[in-house]
Design a protein around this ligand. Structure first.
Ligand SMILES: [Zn+2]
Length: 257
């Protein structure tokens, strides 16, 4: 009898649970700020539901991101480890199999450095914004973002190049402003930037790899040291790699930087 009563009480709760999608990505709200500075668009978003934005993405994702993924998957095998191996083989020919950069590829491919996985909600939201400036038919470009968290809130500062460029644009947050954010309890949980594909590269390096470049590693180190960065993320719009401070130090040492 007791069992029957508790089961009946449980059913509505179970039904409610099943009807609630597991952290569906919220729709991208309007940015609080949008300004154009030195050929770069600087955006600021204030977002609620931090855990959802930082959670694994679930449908719906922005339509232009889905289009981009379909396009990329039509061009090549976009498995992040296949892409790494493919680029590593090219680097081996140019720099030699014992070179530091090739060793870095191997560490990441073996899973000894960084963690590779799918995108999270805030990444596909930013990728969707990026693709508004850089649709599929124009050469790739990069964006950067500093993601701050305080409890259930996020502040996302992002920089988008209006024109094509193969370097990450600078997110402009003055040291004093960053200090003030920290004083007010905001933690810089992530630095994110993207690595575009180059499917038309005549030399066969289609890029889109989630390995940090030398300048990336310098940026990561600076942010870990001066701004208490939590993690550095590199995405290609389909998958991301996440690096902590120890990962960054190991790659810097491996490459002798
Ligand atoms: Zn990079």
């Amino acid at each position: 009898m007791k069992f029957v009563v508790s089961l009946r009480a449980l059913v509505p709760a179970l039904v409610a649970l099943m009807a609630t999608p597991l952290s569906a990505c919220p729709e991208a709200p309007e940015p609080r700020e949008q300004r154009f500075e030195n050929k770069v668009w600087q955006y600021v978003w204030d977002l609620d539901a931090a855990a959802t934005w930082l959670g694994e993405e679930t449908a719906p994702i922005p339509a232009n991101v889905q289009e981009y993924r379909d396009y990329a998957n039509g061009q090549a095998d976009t498995d992040p480890f296949v892409l790494l191996a493919r680029q590593r083989e090219i680097f081996e020919k140019v720099y030699g199999p014992q070179s530091g950069v090739v060793q870095s590829f191997r560490l990441i491919e073996k899973g000894e450095v960084g963690r590779i996985g799918g995108n999270i909600c805030v990444e596909s939201m930013l990728m969707g914004e990026h693709l508004k400036y850089h649709p599929l038919n124009v050469p790739g470009s990069e964006f950067s973002a500093h993601i701050y968290r305080k409890g259930t809130r996020l502040k996302v500062f992002a920089a988008f190049f209006e024109q094509s460029s193969m370097a990450a644009p600078q997110v402009i947050i003055k040291a004093a402003a960053a200090h003030e954010l920290q004083q007010n309890g905001w933690n810089l949980v992530a630095f994110l930037h993207n690595h575009p594909f180059a499917f038309d590269n005549p030399y066969g390096d289609i890029a889109g790899t989630v390995i940090p470049s030398e300048p990336d590693l310098m940026t990561f180190r600076e942010l870990f040291q001066s701004r208490g960065l939590g993690a550095a993320w590199v995405t290609n719009g389909l998958h991301s790699a996440r690096y902590n401070r120890a990962d960054t130090d190991r790659l810097i040492k491996t490459e002798g930087l």
